[in-house]
Write a protein of this length. Sequence first.
Length: 333
Amino acid sequence: MRIAAFAALAAKQPLSPYEYEPAAFRPDDVEIQISHCGICHSDLHLIDNDWSSSTYPLVPGHEIVGIVTAVGDDCALAVGQRVGVGWQRSACFGCEQCRAGNENLCARQEATCVGHMGGFAGRIRLDGRFAFPLPETLDAATAAPLLCAGVTVFAPLRRWGVAAGAQVGVIGIGGLGHLAIRFLRAMGCETTAFTSSPDKRDAAERLGAQHVVSSTSAREIRANANRFEFLLCTAPARLDWITYLQTLKPNGVLCLVGAPPGLLQIPAAQLLTSQRAICGSDIGSRGAIRETLSFAAEHGIGAQVETAPMADVNAALQRVRENRVRYRMVLTN
């Protein structure tokens, strides 16, 4: 049966109704009737071919929630189960990284909507090992962004051992940053939000930040010198990295999950003298996704979302392009 979807037929073009024939069903595969799919800025980059990786027609969408309608003989899921799918749709399961449980670092991994048809559709077919049962207490709309944005910020917090009582800074209070603040509040951390938007100060405090600092004020940033064990940068922007590094305590870590343009130009002394570190983090393994969903369910955490019918996808995409959504847009079928 052909799958109805919305596809970009060329770069930077509006999406159009589109149908395609899915690949043959394999033993590990699952087919999902999609109820919700989040819109991520990565979808916009793919539509516009900003990363030179897009092929057309292109069906975006990788924050997917839906109901299992068919399973392969080797699939551990069951028909009728509610599941979620994130950025990754497959891995080799034989390489060093896969054997270590780091499937997101597999050199042969495939993305849900790069070279494959994604979640702006009625259904999707993919490797069932990358479809994750959703805890019953999670709302489908607010859980959809957890499959990508959520694990992107949660995984490095766990990897670097961020724990209760830690002083943590979150740079950028958008789709990623607002979830990071909610996770950190639930972890018992003292959180400082850095934002360039004055109108987000009250919102950051409502999300759970104890302190809010203007990211456009070098004076305010410097007032936090030697304060943080961990800085999570969700902003895809060039920043004054030297000043931000000075807000870290000795052995502090600056972790990038946003993708700032250009090179990071940092004097080695900024890292050597206080043993500070800079790292990056990319989505999360299957184990990290399961833990993200479990933690979110335990603490009642979901994304703050706006919803729109799948048929209104182009209007929804335009709102995301214009940064008029606070904080995630989710399409519904």
